[in-house]
Ligand binder design. Structure first.
Ligand code: ASP
Length: 350
């Protein structure tokens, strides 16, 4: 009889504690985020980081930036709300930002030393780690579209210059007269830098003392309702660049990275550093190999590692659970994010 009671008690305890254990999230849950926890979508954008001091910003200019960022967010958000993919949201949002002359991407791109616009872009699909990138193109209206075509329609990841433009012509990607990219403000910035170079007798195009610290690259990261992540970045590079210089924006792992198992990242800042420290991939690696949260990983890379190396810039990132992180170590970063019931556009450290 005693034996039977003990057995009954043991069974009862197992049932109670076994059930309770099942209620808790296992320590090593599989990589798919909990469907209950994850928002239906999440999206973040940036329009570059740098010296965005309030002193040189007029109220009209600030309002124009905020409106443009808000419209860009709305484009991506609409795609995601309607069940579209994160990849489409990223591409469409960046196309809008490329067409907006306020940003250093597409129309509004900065000028090279020779007074031309050379555009770079990349996109990555976190669901299969496919990626496409283009560098140094000067007749492509929307370089992000070409990057997507490289990913979808070629066996390659990165095409540059004339070859990339040839590929665009063969794949019905819109080309345009390079005059389209001209803006007076960017032209004047180049003239100022050239005059400064002359005065100083220096010709190093990206000499820190002469560099233009107002960036303006654009990027977008998104999580869709299928749990897929995507990232994209587009830029005119840095004012006064020479010798077909490429920055981090078209380099997968440096300026752009996405993998469904952790996060999607798009960077902006002094590209040479972002390439050398594989910044976008570094955020992913800290999450994946060290188990850091998105915020911990992104903060560490931008506000510790890059600061120690003397690199200015920032990044936007979203993880598989829909968390968003937007760290930067410069004075400001044009940025915004949206999730169901949440939406914000920011410029300074607010
Ligand atoms: N990262 C870009 C580059 O170095 C510049 C920027 O983000 O504004 O080309």
């Amino acid at each position: 009889m005693m034996k039977e009671i003990n057995f009954f008690l043991a069974a009862l305890l197992c049932a109670v504690f076994g059930f309770t254990a099942c209620q808790q999230t296992p320590q090593h849950a599989d990589n798919k985020p909990d469907m209950q926890q994850r928002p239906a979508y999440a999206i973040a954008i940036h329009g570059g980081a740098g010296t965005l001091s309030r002193a040189i910003m007029t109220p009209e200019k600030e309002a124009a930036y905020r409106t443009a960022l808000d419209s860009a967010l709305l484009i991506g958000e609409t795609v995601l709300k309607n069940g579209g993919t994160s990849l489409d949201a990223v591409e469409k949002t960046i196309v809008f930002l490329e067409d907006c002359p306020l940003f250093n991407a597409g129309r509004g791109a900065v000028f090279t030393h020779e007074g031309k616009n050379e555009l770079d872009a990349s996109i990555m699909d976190g669901s299969n780690q496919k990626a496409g990138a283009v560098g140094g193109v000067s007749i492509i209206k929307n370089p992000i579209r070409l990057a997507r075509a490289v990913m979808d329609k070629s066996p390659h990841v990165m095409l540059v210059g004339r070859g990339a433009e040839q590929f665009a012509l063969e794949n019905q990607i819109d080309t345009i007269d390079p005059k389209w990219f001209f803006t007076e403000e960017r032209w004047q910035t180049l003239q100022e830098m050239l005059a400064e170079e002359k005065k100083n007798g220096k010709t190093g195009s990206l000499d820190p003392a002469l560099r233009d610290y107002k960036f303006g690259t654009v990027g977008c990261v998104a999580l869709d309702n299928q749990g897929h992540l995507a990232a994209g970045t587009s830029t005119g590079g840095m004012t006064n660049k020479r010798w077909n210089r490429l920055g981090d924006s078209p380099v997968i792992g440096a300026g752009t990275y996405a993998s469904d198992d952790a996060c999607a990242v798009s960077c902006t800042g002094h590209g040479e550093f972002f390439i050398r420290y594989a910044v976008a991939h570094d955020v992913w690696a800290l999450m994946s190999y060290k188990g850091l949260s998105l915020a911990e990983a992104a903060e560490f890379v931008v506000n510790k590692k890059l600061v120690e190396k003397g690199a200015e810039g920032g990044l936007i990132a979203v993880d598989k659970a829909g968390n968003i992180s937007l760290p930067f170590n410069s004075e400001g970063m044009y940025r915004g994010y949206a999730k169901p019931g949440e939406r914000k556009v920011l410029i300074y450290k607010e």
